[in-house]
Design a protein around this ligand. Sequence first.
Ligand code: FE2
Ligand code: FE2
Length: 339
Amino acid sequence: MSSPIESGRASILVVDDDAQIRALIVRLLRPMGHKVVEAATAEEAQEKLRAASPDLVLVDMQLPGRSGHDLLAEIRSDPRTRLVPVVMITGAATHETKLKAIEGGVTDFIAKPFSPEELAARVHALLELKFVTDALEDAEQVIISLARTIDARDRYTYGHSARVSLYAGLLGERIGLQGRILETVRRGGLFHDFGKIAIRDAVLLKPAKLTAEEYGEIKRHPTEGRDLLQNMKTLLHAMPVVYHHHERMDGSGYPDGLSGETIPITARVTTVVDVFDALTTARVYRGALSREDTLGIMVDEVRKGWWDGRLLDEFRGVLATLPEDDERIRRLSAGLPAS
Ligand SMILES: [Fe+2]
Ligand SMILES: [Fe+2]
């Protein structure tokens, strides 16, 4: 991949209601080889954002109608544009409005009047940043494709990890997890069974009861998963999920036999939804169980001391708002992204 700067292919969206300022910026950036798209209002900018997928956005803080802050919020909330650097061009910005922009995720400020050299230098630096984040996003996509290969190997568990990730995220939200820890349960769900990659087909896909030895091999998957993924920094936080998702509350699980709240919450959340998904989807040795039968079995297993009963109760609440034919579940089971 070549840098957008070297290739002169960067696309820059300039949003300012002052036509003279826009013309000045265009005159400055076009000779640098960039494609410059203009918008006079936040509404117009939104349309252009969709069409132009810019590498950088320069936006006037004070626009007529919807403000630069509103536009920034929209850019940050859309997965397609959330990582695009946004520079706010400020006239008479107060401490408060700047703070608001920083909280909203602005990348940089440039004060009016700006010198051409300053603008050129900022644009250059931020396009380099965009180039790096693009490379990281590509790496992220590779990691997610890698996670999909686990599900793709076994038609009976197709979509399992993606559904576990969806359920775990919803359960995590319901119990008040936020930010990084919530992202961890989502990502952990996607990777929890990654270690199955190291398990032989003859064991993993065996259409009959496993021998004790074969079951022992299956039980290695949390450790295999940890060993395979432990050097990936982006998965560091998800590691307790990968390693501990087969622990039980009474200490009878594996690999470490942890019990109660010594089992990380991210792992306990995943365990509940993992068991639920396994029971509600067909396996080679049995059909799919209904939600009601599954919850009945799981309540018994909570009594036996296996799962976190409080989390199972909360998960009932999630299921009450999630119909069985929910579009996201249907899509994930077909191997498509949830949205
Ligand atoms: Fe597992
Ligand atoms: Fe699983």
